[in-house]
Design a protein around this ligand. Structure first.
Ligand code: ADP
Ligand code: TMP
Ligand code: ASP
Length: 238
């Protein structure tokens, strides 16, 4: 599958058309961004690590019956995906309090959330990805009502699958963000699942193994991503 014209370039990935109108190539760059693009740095090997990490997780989700856009790994930094009409809404599930929920609600980091909480954010870097609810999504026409329900159901299903997967490897899935899109009227999981878009802690030490290492200047960012992958049984060689 050959790369055609660049369709768009985001903060960490570039998206290319292919000769099949239903398929796109996602190119995972080494760029790392945080705080809605206010902090940006290139990290060696990150594109390769995230591309392979994402392929592994998307495979696990597909096995569990989650419809995903992922088709195949093309090379170290490229993956073939189904072209989706992306819904401009980010779906976040939190199992443990961390990040923005602590700032917004003044709760302590590390508190278990029972039940896990669900939040929608508008994908809009200029406005700092504001938190929204189902009424905003419908009133502004960002997604159809049935698609909103489907996104929520699928996000909780992803949480069940991945919480178990990480737990079996000695890690806590603290929270994560998903993006969905529509193809032929059906909702599919799009974008990526990598340590860039989730929080993962070691179950014993509660050491942060995700993009908080970049946000908080803790060092060993890509090394930690690789460690998480290795613990899940993923090999980044070859
Ligand atoms: P951002 O847009 O947040 O800076 P990226 O750098 O990861 O993020 O850019 C990837 C872009 O590709 C995002 O806008 C994402 O919504 C979009 N995208 C992801 N998967 C698909 C898909 N299957 N079809 C169309 N667009 C997609
Ligand atoms: P938050 O604590 O900053 O709201 O983020 C919750 C989780 O979602 C965290 O794992 C990071 C991820 N996330 C992104 O990857 N991109 C985003 O734009 C947002 C808002 C969250
Ligand atoms: N994903 C967003 C960004 O790249 C937010 C974050 O990770 O802090 O800026």
């Amino acid at each position: 599958m050959k790369k055609g014209t660049e369709l768009y370039s985001g903060k960490a990935k570039s998206v290319y058309l292919t000769d099949d109108p239903d398929l796109l190539i996602l190119h995972f760059r080494d760029d790392t961004s945080a705080f809605d693009g206010k902090k940006i740095q290139k990290l060696d090997r990150k594109g390769m690590v995230n591309n392979k990490f994402n392929a592994f997780i998307m495979g696990k989700l597909a096995e569990a019956g989650i419809p995903t856009h992922f088709q195949s790994l093309l090379n170290d930094q490229d993956s073939l995906v189904l072209k989706l009409d992306m819904i401009p809404v980010e779906c976040v599930v939190r199992n443990i309090a961390a990040g923005s929920i602590c700032r917004r609600l003044g709760v302590e980091e590390g508190i278990d959330l029972d039940p896990p909480t669900f939040e929608f954010f508008l994908k809009d870097d200029e406005r700092g990805d504001p938190m929204i609810n189902e009424y905003h999504i419908q009133a502004f026409g960002w997604a159809e009502k049935e698609h909103v329900e489907r996104m929520k159901t699928l996000t909780f299903a992803v949480n069940d699958v991945l919480t178990a997967l990480f737990s079996a490897a000695g890690m806590l899935l603290v929270d994560f963000k998903l993006e969905f899109g529509v193809h032929n009227g059906e909702v599919y999981l799009g974008d990526e699942f990598t340590p860039d878009g989730c929080r993962v802690w070691d179950v014993e030490t509660r050491e942060k193994l995700d993009k908080d290492r970049f946000r908080q200047d803790l060092g060993d960012v890509v090394e930690s991503y690789e460690l998480v992958g290795a613990r899940l049984g993923l090999s980044f060689d070859g």
